[in-house]
Design a protein. Structure first.
Lengths: 175, 778
């Protein structure tokens, strides 16, 4: 069995003290450009280190601190694991300031929803055109052509999360 | 002696206890060698209480005083659909308790649901203690993943009453995954398909090294093996009416016999393609002669009765996969949990849906308890060999102006979690706000489960919108919710704990702990001497089915010769008095996993005190006052109806359930005004449609009339179409004070939904799934 590696009491106390100044990346200990898989592994590692259950023997204070950190870790993961929420969070961090290191999940959700609605259908003339072609392909059941057209649409709108999702979906379907 | 902590799977139909020690993890069998114990409590005359399989055997003779499937009622409101359904089919009396809670009345005494569950937990604790030879005080207890906070709290209360310290409340599918993957060094994604007696859960997990991460979980707390039985009961009863003109549903004894027969038939059908249902003298006709029910049932017939229920589980599976952003192809395994999943019918459907054979090396009855035991052991020993990263299965919401409920924490968010939102006052000079907390997936407050409410006061009086109130919502690792309100200006913090609307108060709990009803429990640590068969009710009529029952009971492993003898005797009595499912002779090659039909299990001997003699006569020739033919389905209508519902609520419900109307207590006129004109549903958007689509979530909103007080500015204008009275508006965090909630416009919702039709993945955060169509009417 892999040995657990709970964080030390000092580490937990220190972290609990400065937690409001840490952004989600710092908290999980990943780079800003970390892949989603790395984010997940970091979440697992952080959960291991700060799991309140792993600090029962240190008494109530340590447990409470660990609980506090665990909650923030879960929050960080909730935001960073979702590509759309993560984009929003990155924008927030760009603004700077302590108030922006946290992002309420509801806000992230609503905003991500708004963005998704904007993304759908496309934002540039060419993006729109090729995505419409892809939809027509799909209606005919031509997955190959649909994939190609979504790919083309993405070259015009590389940031369109909606297109990206469609593309990965199409790829998965073809498999 | 090393400190031991057990894992308890507290199930709707059966419970199971397990322990993990140095030697490995194992189920602790009860005194009769059975690994699972029926979650049934029988109250005998004279105050003796029996729990377990002995109690289950009692249900036919004394249905009024035998409580089964109580888990379906725990943590529910009296007016909820589930309770209504239970009142129609349960012979024991279900009455309304304080704050619209549920109480069970047996032998003139009222028990709360946590008290009933405590009796079962206490029994499991004693089973463990007898086996381990030392006291046990700590446990991990499992609950369905889809249990809401009310249900979790109530279960926690039950443990406390039973004298158990709950180390952790674990979601059943998560426990199952732990038992399945623990120590195997797996790295894979699995789905846990958990169909229990009363609930259905599906969880998708990623197992990696020592981490068990729940990616998503969905469920239906109104769907379980009991519903399968109900279908068959209805079918049999309908046929009986057509043939004999007698309604079995109005006779509690006959109904219990039907229930036993339906369950046995279900079990029989997991072994064979055809069973014979035979209930001799199921009821006494007007001519004083007994009428029997006999029928062959094929697996095809059964399948057509329940297939829609099975399909309903797959709708939930769709949702879970969508939330996890996965397809069935991404799963490396499917694990079946719960007795009903033994049905080949379900196994095949699951195989077709997931496009793979479900794992067969998992015992669906024991896997949850085993997982709980593993977790219990790692908690008590501080050896963190496995980390469980679970999610919350229901969205947490707060009531805001306009009868809406704003999401604060979405479902499938990892726990533990904490979120703070800023709110503002709704009226000038408002003195207090009422904070209502809900769980559920509807934007309409009334369609979610009300967890509780509290009032926050003491902030400065100011114009509406000027005062900010920070409300913090926490969900801990047990899935228990805590809410705190704070005034950021003064730093003053409100009385925080949610007062449960239907649960037990701390005071109630203390009272219960003081009187300790569990002391009466007849413990079944050693099998008691066999009673002569002739003293058993129904034994006279035993002849018919005895042979078949005895055959299968002797086939099942009995702990000792004495117990085996007991088994034959009491089984014969049971089977004859109730029913028996006679399987075709070619039953021989019984797969080892499948438990023998329950009717034929070695039933423990009756406890010394509670000899159900009183019930003997009714079982065969019902006394007139006991069985009077009431209207269909109203076997328990002799209930007193206490408490009041708001009239507008009953009116609302009546449009949907006209025949239920007489059941609904009406609000006295004037109460609405007394409540400060705080209209409950009158300002609500068309609710009927939504409720139907959302599976009839119990309408909890605003029912806590008794506690309602007139406070604050918003109630000062009686008669005014006071918006909801929550007195809260969501303040856009840090934004313009009066900007309303980040509302999704109807268009947007529609738009998003439409895109969901195109591709399931786009809908991952659509909060209102308009496609869910859950049929509760049945």
């Amino acid at each position: 069995m892999a040995a657990a590696d709970p964080g030390s009491l000092d580490e937990i106390r220190a972290l609990a003290r400065i937690i409001d100044e840490l952004d989600y990346y710092a908290l999980l200990g990943v780079e800003r450009k970390a892949q989603s898989h790395a984010v997940r592994l970091a979440y697992h590692a952080a959960s291991r280190r700060f799991h309140p259950d792993a600090h029962r023997q240190f008494g109530e204070e340590a447990r409470a601190a660990a609980e506090r950190i665990s909650k923030r870790v879960a929050e960080a993961y909730s935001v960073l694991r979702d590509p759309r929420r993560r984009i929003l969070y990155d924008e927030r961090l760009e603004k700077g300031g302590d108030a922006n290191v946290r992002m309420p999940l509801v806000e992230a959700n609503a905003e991500a929803g708004r963005r998704a609605a904007e993304d759908r259908g496309g934002k540039t003339p060419n993006g729109k055109r090729y995505f419409a072609l892809a939809q027509a392909d799909l209606a005919r059941g031509d997955l190959v052509s649909a994939t190609r057209n979504v790919f083309t649409a993405l070259t015009f709108e590389p940031d369109n999360a909606f297109f990206k999702e469609r593309l990965s979906e199409l790829k998965a379907t073809k498999k | 002696m090393a400190e031991l902590a057990i894992g308890i799977d507290l199930g709707t139909s059966n419970s199971c206890v397990a322990i993990a020690r140095a030697g490995g993890v194992e189920v602790l069998p009860n005194a009769y060698g059975e690994s699972i114990t029926a979650s049934v409590v029988a109250f005998a005359e004279g105050g003796a209480i029996t729990v377990g399989n002995a109690a289950r055997a009692n249900v036919i003779h004394d249905p009024h005083n035998t409580v089964s499937s109580s888990k379906r009622l725990i943590g529910r409101y009296f007016f909820s659909e589930e309770v209504k359904k239970a009142r129609a089919i349960c012979a024991y009396e279900i009455v309304e308790g304080p704050n619209h809670g549920v109480r069970i009345q047996v032998r003139g005494q009222q028990y709360s649901l946590p008290e009933i569950s405590a009796l079962i937990l206490r029994e499991m604790k004693q089973v463990a203690e007898a086996k381990l030879g030392q006291p046990v005080t700590k446990a991990v207890i499992t609950v369905p993943a889809y249990f809401n906070d009310n249900q979790r709290q109530a279960t926690k209360d039950a443990a406390r009453i039973a004298g158990l310290e709950v180390l952790r409340m674990l979601n059943e599918p998560t426990a199952a995954a732990l038992a399945y993957g623990f120590g195997k060094g797996l790295t894979q994604r699995v789905a846990i398909y958990d169909l229990g007696g009363g609930t259905f859960d599906i969880s998708v997990l990623e197992i990696g090294k020592d981490v068990f991460e729940v990616l998503s979980t969905c469920g239906d707390t109104f769907l379980g093996g009991d519903d399968f039985d109900d279908r068959l009961i209805d079918q049999l009863a309908d046929e009986f009416v057509a043939k004999q003109g007698i309604n079995l549903r109005s006779d509690p004894y006959a109904l219990e016999k039907l229930k036993v027969a339906a369950e046995s038939a279900k079990r029989g059908l997991s072994l064979d393609d055809e069973v014979e249902i035979r209930i001799p003298d199921v009821v006494v006709g007007p001519d004083g002669k007994g009428r029997s029910l006999e029928r062959r049932l094929t697996i095809q017939e059964y399948s057509s009765l329940v297939m829609d229920l099975i399909m309903r589980t797959f709708k939930v599976c769709d949702e879970a996969l969508q939330q996890a952003n996965l397809t069935t192809r991404d799963l490396a395994g499917v694990i079946l949990v719960g007795g009903p999943t033994r049905l080949p019918l379900i196994r095949h459907a699951v195989r077709d849906y997931f496009q793979q054979e479900p794992k067969s090396d998992v015992n669906p009855d024991e896997v949850v308890a085993l997982g709980a035991a593993i977790h219990a052991s790692s908690l008590v020993q501080n050896s963190q060999d496995a980390y469980l990263l679970d999610v919350t299965s229901l969205s947490l919401r707060v009531g805001v102006a306009g009868g809406l409920a704003e999401t604060v924490i979405d479902r499938n968010t990892p726990v533990p979690i904490e979120q703070t939102r800023l709110f503002t006052t709704f009226q000038d000079n408002q003195e207090s706000v009422k904070i209502r907390v809900y769980q559920g997936e509807s934007r309409q407050a009334a369609e979610n489960e009300l967890l509780g409410q509290f009032e926050f006061a003491g902030f400065r009086k100011a114009r509406r919108g000027d005062v900010k109130i920070a409300v913090t919502f926490e969900i801990d690792s047990d899935g228990i919710v805590q809410v705190t309100a704070r005034d950021p200006e003064s730093g003053q913090t409100a009385s925080t704990r949610i007062t449960l609307s239907s649960g037990l108060s701390e005071e109630d709990l203390q009272k219960i702990l003081a009187k300790n009803p569990v002391d009466n429990v007849v413990t079944a640590t050693t099998p008691t001497p066999v009673q002569p068969a002739s003293s058993r009710p129904g034994a006279a009529a035993a002849a018919v089915a005895a042979a078949a029952a005895a055959r299968s009971s002797s086939a099942s492993a009995a702990p000792s010769v004495a117990a085996a003898a007991t088994a034959t005797v009491s089984t014969a009595a049971t089977a004859a008095a109730a029913s028996s499912v006679v399987q075709p002779p070619r039953v021989a090659p019984t797969p080892p996993v499948a438990a023998p039909a329950r009717v034929a299990r070695p039933a423990p001997p009756p406890a010394p005190a509670p000899a159900p003699v009183a019930a003997a006569a009714p079982a065969i020739a019902p006394a007139e006052d006991e069985i009077e033919v009431l209207d269909e389905g109203d076997a328990t209508l002799d209930l007193e109806i206490g408490g009041e519902l708001p009239s507008d609520l009953s009116a609302d419900l009546s449009s949907e359930l006209p025949e239920e109307l007489p059941d609904l207590p009406m609000l006295e006129p004037g109460d609405a005004e007394a409540a400060g004109g705080e209209a409950v549903l009158d300002d609500g958007p068309p609710l009927e449609l939504d409720r139907e689509e959302l599976g009839g979530a119990p309408t909890a909103e605003g029912l806590d009339r008794s506690e309602l007080e007139i406070t604050g500015g918003y109630t000062a204008i009686p008669g005014a179409p006071a918006p909801r009275g929550d007195g809260l508006e969501v303040d856009d965090l840090g934004g313009a004070a009066d900007e309303p909630v980040p509302l999704e416009s109807a268009d947007e919702l529609f738009d998003r939904h439409r895109s969901a039709d195109l591709s399931p993945h786009a809908a991952s955060d659509v909060a209102v799934d308009l496609d869910v169509d859950v049929d509760l009417e049945r």
